[in-house]
Design a protein around this ligand. Structure first.
Ligand code: LLP
Length: 427
């Protein structure tokens, strides 16, 4: 049950799960549940491990803010030297607010608004990763209007199948992302010819949850020819951005990425072209740094299945419902493990059949009021949460050594209602 708690930033001390040196029951008592709890040490260790693996070539790690955009998490990474990969004007404001310098920020995304492009140009980002011919002209137009020169990279769709969940494969010919290979050279030449644009590189992002270097290298090979052809025509680039998507193991059965050999392979590739490397990892930094702490409301033995009903739900963590994703769920107190185990679905209170955190789990039959931890919830957990069923967002806590801080207080339902307006004729 507790195989390898360190994998999830956890420790089992005196029979109780801790994040770093803080017992989870202490956090639940102080902050309530459901609460996301993150380990600073885990985030820092993942960042530093990848930075070390890439140390032999100038590399900028641009954290994909979408994975977990909490200010506390962003600041933790900013302090280690991380930049940011952003996909909206909102993420730009968040990244800058957290102290990430603009020249370490790249801006991806298929649907950038003029206002977002303007903000990016004014901030002076490291690169706007342009995703279509139309967008290239729009960026140029906005740069001209603002009287600025802007660094752009061309996000190419390398048509690589990374063997992952269909929703997470972004570098296939069929996907909406990036510029088609066939179109890329002409577009890069066009970019190089526009005085307001400085074409600094090529970028790609082939998908998520990729546990080996091979698909990244395959994507790189597609881009290499393009880099050389452009060089032959006098267009020199500065960087090659291989995107994010570095996988993590949600369970001990899943393969783990060999970070050292991944780093060695991608830096060697970048070095062979004399280019700086950019990577955009999201999940890799934060995925296993967070748990969702939840309390058992009650149990129910149905005719066909048994249920453990908890106070976290699909609005807090949608990955199981949306992708069929597996997150381990364990009792916070090991004493529970002594009880007989039972197969049950772990479900939330939301009125949807898709509201489950885990199906058919072998769990010690928990008592109402007991705490459970949903593991591997640091990435795309809180970031994808909603207030469906008028459930206020979960609280968030960051742990450092023996201390913890509430980084997002739980909102009240009154605050949610206060955000709304009733028209005069209904007042
Ligand atoms: N760069 C770009 C351009 C991206 O679109 C993404 C993720 C990343 C980097 C970071 O990918 P990561 O390193 O985190 O795999 N909600 C899904 C994941 C969606 C990923 C979208 N793009 C999930 O919960 O699995």
């Amino acid at each position: 049950m507790y195989a390898d708690p360190e994998r999830y930033g956890l420790r089992l001390t005196r029979g109780v799960l801790h994040v770093e040196a803080v017992p989870l029951p202490e956090i639940a008592a102080a902050v309530g549940t459901p609460t996301y709890v993150y380990s600073s040490a885990h985030i820092e260790a993942r960042h530093d491990e990848l930075a070390r693996a890439c140390a032999s070539q100038p590399t900028q790690l641009c954290y994909a803010v979408k994975a977990n955009s909490s200010q506390a998490v962003l600041r933790t990474l900013a302090r280690r030297g991380a930049g940011a990969d952003i996909v909206s004007g909102g993420e730009l404001v968040r990244a800058i607010a957290a102290g990430i310098p603009a020249d370490k920020i790249v801006f991806s995304g298929v649907g950038k608004l003029d206002a977002e492009i303007d903000a990016a140009i004014s901030a002076g980002l490291r690169a706007i990763n342009v995703e279509s011919a139309e967008e290239l002209e729009r960026v140029a137009t906005r740069a001209r209007a603002l009287g600025r020169r802007v660094a752009v990279a061309l996000r190419v769709n390398p048509d690589i199948d990374p063997d992952t969940h269909p929703y997470l494969a972004t570098g296939l010919r069929e996907s909406k992302f990036g510029v088609a290979m066939a179109e890329a050279e002409a577009l890069a030449l066009r970019a190089a010819a526009i005085p307001e644009l400085s074409l600094v590189g090529l970028a790609c992002h082939i998908g998520s949850q990729i546990a080996e270097a091979t698909p990244f290298l395959a994507a790189f090979e597609r881009l290499r020819g393009l880099v050389l052809r452009l060089r032959g025509q006098g267009v020199a680039l500065r960087q090659i951005d291989l995107g994010g998507g570095l996988g993590i193991a949600y369970t001990s059965e899943e393969p783990t990425l060999d970070v050292a050999s991944f780093g060695a392979a991608v830096t060697a590739a970048a070095r062979s072209l004399g280019l700086e490397l950019v990577l955009e990892p999201g999940r890799f930094f934060v995925g296993n740094a967070g748990v969702l702490l939840t309390r058992v409301i009650g149990r129910k033995r149905g005719e066909a299945r048994s249920f453990v009903i908890v106070d976290a739900a699909m609005n807090d963590l949608i990955r199981p419902a949306l992708y069929g994703a597996f997150h381990p769920i364990v009792p916070v107190s090991a004493a529970a493990a002594g009880r007989g185990a039972l197969r049950a679905d772990v479900v939330g209170p939301v009125c949807e059949c898709g509201d489950f955190l885990g199906l058919d789990r072998l769990l010690p039959w928990p008592e109402p009021g007991e705490l459970l931890a949903v593991l591997g919830a640091g990435a795309y957990g809180m970031a994808m949460a909603s207030t469906y069923n008028s459930r206020p967002l979960a609280a968030e806590v960051l742990v450092k050594d023996g201390a913890f801080a509430v980084t997002r207080p739980r909102r009240t339902i009154e605050a949610l209602i206060a955000d709304e307006r009733v028209p005069d004729w209904l007042a």
